[in-house]
Every structure is written in C-alpha cells, then in structure tokens.
Design a protein around this ligand. Structure first.
Ligand code: COA
Length: 152
C-alpha cells in the first residue's frame, strides 16, 4: 500500500530539523523493544540532532500532506538515520527514501541496524541490502547490531 501523490521526499531545510527530530523520537519510542530504548533524554536528543547533527549532515524528509512524516540522514555512503512516523509506516515512505538514497549514492550504501529489529532487516534485504558484518554491542545501547551494505 502506498501513500498517494500528496507525499514526497525532499531535502530538509533548517525549519524541518525540529519536526524531523520529533518524528525520530516518536519512531524510536514506538519501536521499543525491537529497537532498544534511547540512552539519552528526549531533550538531549533534540539538542544533539537539531543543533549538531542535522546542520552538517545531508537530511531528507518525507512529507505527507505537507507534514514531515519521515527522516533520512545521509553521511557519505552511510544511512545514519531512517525513521518513519509510526502513523505512516508500512505505506511506502521507507521505500521512497531508499530509492532516493540509491539515486544520491549510486555506488553503495551502508547502515547499521539492531539485530532485534527484524522488521527493518526484512525491509533492507528486500531492497537489496546484505549483511556484511556486525558487533555484539559496540554501540551506545550496548546491543548486538548488523552492518548492512547495498552495492550497485
Ligand atoms: C523500517 C522503516 C524505515 C521502513 O519504512 P516504511 O515506510 O514502514 O516501509 P515500507 O512501507 O516501504 O515497507 C514496509 C516494510 O517495512 C518494514 N517495517 C514496517 N513497519 C516497521 C516497523 N515498525 N519497524 C521495523 N520495520 C518495519 C517491514 O519490513 C515492512 O514489510 P513487511 O510487509 O515485510 O512487514 C519504518 O518502518 C520505520 O521507521 N520503522 C521504525 C524505526 C526503524 O526500524 N528504523 C530503521 C532503523 S535501522
């Protein structure tokens, strides 16, 4: 099922960083326990993403009816963040983000996902990503993760 023509993926502007971070927070909270809980307070996450990460990263947002409903952060070939608002999952926004990322980075894409996040693994594998590594918890949350790569 896809959202209608009123949705689009576009580069974020400064004013989108706040709404995009709220989407990220809502998605992270709704994803527990598939994704481990955040180890920082929401306020800290807001300050970090709005003030530090997004101004220097390549940020894309998905809009539905002019409301930011998903966020993708690219850094080099890495997908550093990909979150769709819980109200809008399973409707093709994540697929639209991946298709855009492949256009922007036509050679390869890398990302980390938690081993516990089986829905995301299905999603990435369906889009041609393959597991190429992982750790037993070498991340802030201390939980096992998988390194996925898509290559042209
Ligand atoms: C994973 C995610 C980005 C995919 O975007 P989407 O718009 O829901 O995806 P699409 O509609 O294009 O594709 C649907 C697929 O996404 C995955 N998916 C859907 N909802 C999901 C959820 N809440 N958590 C994880 N994966 C999910 C499933 O693989 C689903 O396919 P299925 O029919 O086999 O279940 C999105 O669901 C999401 O933000 N999930 C929660 C946060 C997350 O896991 N982010 C990725 C961190 S690495």
């Amino acid at each position: 099922m896809a959202v209608d023509g009123a949705s689009r993926v576009r580069r974020a502007e400064n004013g989108d960083y706040g709404p995009a971070t709220e989407v990220l927070l809502r998605s992270r909270h709704a994803s527990v326990p598939a994704i481990p809980p955040l180890v920082h307070l929401d306020e800290e996450v807001r300050a970090h993403f709005v003030g530090t990460v997004m101004p220097v990263a390549e940020v894309w947002v998905a809009e539905v009816d002019e409301t930011v409903s998903g966020v993708l952060v690219l850094n080099g070939n890495w997908i550093e963040q990909l979150y769709v608002d819980p109200d809008w999952t399973n409707q093709g926004l994540g697929t639209a983000f991946i298709e855009r990322a492949k256009v922007e980075r036509p050679e390869a894409l890398d990302l980390w996902t938690f081993k516990s996040n089986q829905g995301a693994q299905r999603f990435y594998e369906r889009h041609g990503f393959r597991a190429v590594g992982g750790t037993n918890g070498d991340n802030e949350e201390g939980e096992p993760d998988i390194h996925y790569r898509w290559a042209r």
